[in-house]
Design a binder for this molecule. Structure first.
Ligand code: NAP
Ligand code: ZN
Length: 346
């Protein structure tokens, strides 16, 4: 079927309306009428070619919420009328050890990304800035009742990308967690770490968003532009989650870790990060990374958020405001996630 979408025609060019082809609904597929698509900074990195060449025209969007309108003959997991979500991944081999362990994002054959990836049938996947999408039902999440659909949309990437490392590195009571960068991922990290019971500190470039940070669940808030911050907080955190989309001074942040502390990078800047090894040796520190989360873990995160009343702070926009929204994200002027109302594409 031919559907309306918003696509980047070439690297760094403004997105524009277009139409794309969605495959026929196969036996294992569901057809989703998309209601909302979130704007992740990864969309911007990809469109701008920060991570290398891309297949254009490219429809971004890997935070997708909508309603099932058709199911394939073999689908039992979802029914017509269900509210569902799709995140960064629409396929994986399903057979390797990582897939079997629920770490499909680390599939040994490579997971299939929601956009700009080669699908099983050889076509290029196209993302959620669109009216409809056809996805293998095993990669489609159930949105719990009670979560506002627009505000729940960013959970599909920003939510799971922060939930997964927070859980893996045991954010919880008695643990001190710092979140670097209060953007889309950062504000979800604050809410989720707080709900897990950790003592949460925001490390933002300035104090501009301090009131918000404390309202979202942070216990403390510091400006990284103030050099005293790094002295005052030296050797104090068990976990530092870096969500910054640009290059930062990793060594300075490693210095904030207590003995056995870990700094986990979820931010994915275009430039390589460098560090002074001595900042790792001291306090037996770890520097790690983490990419989204598995399918079962994503469902667990959605259920956790429903239980704790957690959604994203969103600014809902029309599709023709996407380019302006990109500019604002790049200027750190987002509180805290733009979500496209895809009915404006119809
Ligand atoms: P975002 O909404 O733009 O948030 C990034 C935040 O980083 C900004 O709000 C800002 O926070 C801070 N920041 C930006 N530029 C900075 C600079 N030059 N120096 C210091 N701080 C700066 O982006 P996002 O959607 O949360 O994504 C964040 C990063 O995570 C991106 O690189 C994205 O590609 C990546 N990502 C990774 C995964 C994964 O699986 N690992 C998944 C999704 C996204 P303050 O204003 O508070 O300083
Ligand atoms: Zn994302």
């Amino acid at each position: 079927m031919r559907v309306n979408a918003y696509a980047a025609p070439a690297a760094g060019e403004p997105l524009a309306p277009t139409t794309i082809e969605r495959r026929e609904v196969g036996a294992d597929d569901v057809l989703i009428a998309i209601e909302y698509a979130g704007i992740c900074h990864s969309d911007i990195h990809t469109v701008n070619g920060d991570w290398g060449p891309q297949p254009y025209p490219l429809v971004p969007g890997h935070e997708i919420v909508g309603t099932v309108t058709e199911v394939g003959a073999d689908v039992t997991r979802h029914r017509v009328g269900d509210r569902v979500g799709v995140g960064c991944m629409v396929g994986s081999c399903g057979e390797c050890d990582n897939c079997r362990n629920g770490d499909e994002q680390y599939c040994r054959k490579g997971m299939i990304g929601t956009y700009a990836a080669t699908d099983r049938d050889g076509t290029t996947t196209q993302g959620g800035y669109s009216t409809h999408v056809v996805v293998d039902a095993d990669y489609v999440l159930s949105i719990p009742e009670g979560l506002d659909p627009a505000a729940a949309t960013p959970l599909l990437c920003a939510g799971i990308t922060t939930y997964s490392p927070l859980k893996h590195w045991q954010a919880g009571p008695g643990r001190k967690v710092a979140v670097v960068g209060l953007g889309g991922l950062g504000h979800m990290a604050v809410k989720i770490a707080h709900a897990m019971g950790a003592e949460v500190t925001v490390l933002s470039q300035s104090l501009k968003k301090q009131e918000d940070g404390l309202r979202l669940g942070a216990d403390h808030y510091f400006a990284t532009s103030d050099p005293d911050t790094f002295e005052a907080l030296a050797s104090s955190f068990d976990l530092v989650v870096n969500t910054v989309s640009a290059k930062i001074d990793v060594s300075a942040y490693l210095g904030l870790l207590a003995v056995n502390g870990a700094m986990v990078n979820v931010g994915a800047p275009a430039e390589p990060l460098s560090l002074n090894v001595f900042s790792l040796l001291s306090n037996r520190r770890t520097f790690a990374g983490s990419m989204i989360g598995g399918i079962a873990e994503t469902q667990e995160m959605l259920d956790f958020c429903a239980e704790h009343g957690i959604v994203s702070e969103v600014e809902v926009i029309a599709a023709d405001q996407v380019n302006e929204a990109y500019e604002r994200v790049l200027a750190s002027d987002v509180r805290y996630r733009f979500v496209i109302d895809t009915s404006t594409l119809a």
